[in-house]
Design a protein around this ligand. Structure first.
Ligand code: 13P
Length: 266
């Protein structure tokens, strides 16, 4: 199974100049890796999700490289156009050449009150425009402490169940167009990480739950996110239940990001 390492740049970097420098560094390091190993991350798909203002430029710059480009979110209101000030649709994202979007990141759930209903709408719009979806789920510290992790994840995964119930025709392609990213909220940007065996057991539960929705979804890609860095990536990559990583802070430096990708490329 191919691994995925995805850089969520969030509201970074501050300037287009810094975006250019990061892309220069990424492309140079990819070329060096290719020269050394003769294959360019053959077992790991790399993707970056820049801030919306930078998305078109980053996609244009990466279109002839193996690196894919994703949005961090899309409009829930309409898949195409409309009077929705401040929003950007799935169609507009696809039109600039991006092929994926992140949805349901805990920062969006927290700061924008994104409910399961809204996320189902967004997921439907994304898939209608042929965008793949990286769907983020995860529990808070309080929920983790109260041992509610699996209950919380089950509730968040009802969005996928509702999608399948509404559009069973998606089942044939869903496992290649939907990726689940398990990101415990308490591990994001904190330097605190669950143990690999905890993540592994949680991923096993996620995969079993998806298989209960439909047998064909048993092999869905499940990534771990939350304080993944160049030092701990190897340990996550060694576990067969962890199909890759969704990386925040460490994706803003080419060296640490590609070290993580290399760990999952093995
Ligand atoms: P950090 O890697 O900075 O903890 O962020 C994880 C994340 O939220 C990726 O979506």
């Amino acid at each position: 199974m191919q691994a995925w390492v995805i850089g969520n740049w969030k509201q970074n970097p501050a300037t287009s100049h810094e975006v250019d420098v990061l892309l220069d560094d990424l492309c140079a390091a990819m070329n060096t890796a290719k020269q050394i190993s003769h294959d360019n991350f053959a077992h790991c798909q790399i993707m970056v999700a820049p801030s919306l203002i930078h998305l078109a430029a980053v996609q244009a710059r990466l279109k002839d490289t193996p690196i894919l480009c994703a949005a961090q979110d899309i409009s829930a209101h309409s898949a195409s156009t409309g009077a929705y000030t401040g929003e950007c649709s799935a169609q507009q994202i696809a039109d600039v050449g991006a092929t994926w979007t992140i949805l349901g990141h805990s920062e969006r759930r927290q700061y924008h009150q994104e409910s399961n209903d809204i996320l189902l709408q967004k997921m439907t719009h994304a898939l209608s425009q042929k965008l793949g979806v990286v769907f983020c789920i995860g529990e808070t510290q309080a929920q983790y402490d109260a041992k509610q992790t699996l209950t919380v994840l089950d509730n968040q995964l009802t969005v996928v169940k509702a999608l399948i119930d509404q559009q069973p025709e998606l089942l044939d392609t869903l496992s290649t167009r939907l990726i689940i990213a398990y990101e415990p909220v308490w591990a994001i940007g904190t330097g605190k990480v669950p143990t690999v065996s905890e993540v592994s057991a949680t991923h096993k539960h996620i995969k079993q739950t998806l298989a209960e929705f439909a047998d064909s979804q048993a092999n869905m890609t499940v990534l771990y996110g939350g304080s993944v860095n160049a030092d701990n990536a190897d340990s996550f990559a060694a576990d067969p239940m962890i199909d890759g990583a969704l990386v925040g802070g460490a994706s803003l430096k080419a060296e640490s990001f590609l070290t993580i990708a290399s760990a999952f490329d093995k």
